[in-house]
Design a protein around this ligand. Structure first.
Ligand code: PMP
Ligand code: GLN
Length: 389
């Protein structure tokens, strides 16, 4: 129905993980770390599940409050203040979600009406297109170009119409790893202010920045009152399966999103929320260690791809690098990833699956490869790719 032409069933990530398993390929497709977040954080969740609540206290095995555990909302508030310089009201400006995925879904369903236009920069994370379709809205895309993949504010302004309601920003960016530059961000927000557009800012990779620094969209002058930001413990703490995310923004917008969220999942996983709350208050050096680890696995993958005759983008952030396979004679990466999986034993995601499906664009021969993996796994991938080159 509504999803036709926007998303494959199952998602491209699940499909590629299935192929990788089937052919015993190194899976650099779906973005998840192969090294779980710290045992001490997992221990807190386990303990929370096993401890009998003292009288009067809520069990952490029963429904969490619809807005999320107060301890987690407070911890997110501290976190946002420390890292982004914003002071938020945990009761009205913070909502805990079932991963960033639910935040994106609830924000689009709540704030966009059928027929509204939503601008998305391409390539884009697949759930935006799917949720815009489910909201009955129209997705308008603006292309990002290699090698820096910075959104062009003039191109944004050129697609704005009477019907434009929202702009989706994603920094750091999946799949390209680009971090929005301060000056570009200022100009994008000026366009949004001029046309009174809402902004949905997906910042799930905010703590995975290897070069330069992350600029929070909501901290940009003129942005706060129009911006909903989503983030996730999945990426920051290498606990993607926990699906603990959060959403922040001005009270009126958050309240509208909450009205929808209560009918999507109502709430989820209080024991996970409790553990994430503690980890956000004091990560015991994990965020910095993880950043260093992924910076070096990024370099390992990028160097290996260069040795295989390719010219990968060096991503400033995130889980992925994107690379054009044209030097290997590839025209259609969707076809090539199948061959790479079966013959070379390495799986990636065609960037075209993160683009509109209608016409082959300039990224048709590009693949996305994940480097959020252990060094020995990437070494093996690079060895296989080198042999296939
Ligand atoms: N946004 C982006 C850009 C992502 O890459 C992901 C996860 N791959 C998500 C949102 C979803 O995050 P979560 O797992 O917390 O739902
Ligand atoms: N966000 C992950 C990626 O981009 C995948 C999440 C999912 O499987 N939906 O690979």
């Amino acid at each position: 129905g509504l999803l036709r032409g926007t998303a494959p069933t199952p998602t491209v990530f699940e499909t590629m993980t299935g192929w990788a398993r089937e052919h015993d390929a190194v899976n650099l497709g779906q973005g998840f770390p192969d090294h779980d977040g710290p045992a001490w954080i997992r221990q807190i969740a386990a303990q929370a599940m096993l401890t009998e609540p003292t009288s009067g206290a809520a069990s952490l095995n029963q429904y969490a409050p619809g807005t999320g555990l107060p301890s987690l909302r407070a911890a997110v508030g501290h976190h946002v203040e420390r890292h982004r310089g914003l002071q938020l009201d945990p009761d009205r400006e913070i909502l805990i979600t079932t991963g960033a995925t639910e935040g994106i879904a609830a924000a689009l369903l709540a704030l966009v009406s059928p027929g509204d236009e939503v601008v998305v920069f391409e390539p884009f994370y697949d759930s935006y297109a799917a949720m815009i379709a489910l909201a009955g809205a129209v997705q308008v895309t603006v292309p990002l170009s290699a090698p820096d993949f910075q959104p062009d504010p003039l191109a944004l302004e050129s697609v704005v119409t009477e019907r434009t309601r929202m702009v989706v920003l994603n920094t750091p960016h999946n799949p390209t790893g680009a971090v929005l530059a301060r000056g570009v961000l200022d100009q994008l927000i000026q366009v949004c202010s001029r046309h009174d557009l809402l902004v949905l800012s997906d910042e799930v990779y905010e703590h995975l920045v290897y070069d330069g620094e992350h600029h929070a969209v909501a901290s940009t002058p003129g942005a706060w009152e129009r911006t909903i930001t989503v983030s996730s413990a999945g990426k920051s703490l290498s606990l993607t399966g926990w699906k603990v995310g959060w959403l922040t923004g001005p009270a009126e917008l958050v309240s509208a999103v909450r009205a929808v969220k209560q009918f999507l999942t109502y709430s989820s996983g209080p024991a996970y929320q409790e553990a994430v709350a503690e980890a956000l208050l004091n990560d015991r050096g994990f965020l910095a260690d993880q950043r260093d680890r992924f910076r070096s696995t990024r370099d390992l993958l990028v160097d290996g791809l260069r040795q295989a005759g390719l010219d990968p983008v060096v991503p400033a952030a995130g889980y992925f690098t994107v690379v054009d396979l044209a030097p290997w004679g590839v025209q259609d990466a969707a076809h090539a990833v199948r061959e790479l999986t079966v013959q070379a034993g390495v799986t990636g995601i065609p960037v075209s699956s993160l683009c509109r499906p209608d016409q082959p664009g300039p990224l048709h021969s590009w693949v996305r490869l994940a480097f959020c993996k252990r060094p020995e796994v990437l070494q093996e991938a690079v060895r296989r790719l080198g042999a296939a080159a």
